[in-house]
Design a binder for this molecule. Structure first.
Ligand code: FES
Length: 109
């Protein structure tokens, strides 16, 4: 049997959440986080990549400019938060690319 569980670790509100999901269980990472952690005001544009409210900081993974999708970099550039490895969770699919990801939910500021 093929192991298709995807494990991620989420740091939010001084708590650590170990989340197990399956490939394509949700349309994207934003929907998974909103569903499992019951987040207010998260994902306001419903995944269009425009609002920035689904912003996360990848802790154990680095991204290069070519890893970003569609208008993701443009949306991220609207905020003062200039740390590396910020992503819009609505642009990340539930697949092997997020396997083992440690992330922090960060405010769009
Ligand atoms: S839900 Fe709006 S940018 Fe991700």
């Amino acid at each position: 049997m093929i192991e298709n569980k995807i494990h991620i670790k989420v740091f939010f509100n001084n708590e650590v959440h170990n989340i197990i999901t399956y490939k394509n269980e949700y349309r994207n990472l934003m929907q998974l986080l909103a569903d499992r952690l019951v987040l207010d005001d998260f994902g306001e544009c419903k995944g269009e990549g425009k609002c920035g409210t689904c912003m996360i900081l990848a802790i154990n993974k680095s991204y290069s400019k070519s890893d970003y999708y569609r208008n993701e970099l443009n949306t991220l550039s609207k905020f003062k938060n200039e740390r590396d490895n910020l992503r819009l969770s609505c642009q990340l699919l539930i697949n092997e690319e997020i396997q083992g990801l440690h992330l922090e939910i960060t405010e769009a500021i």
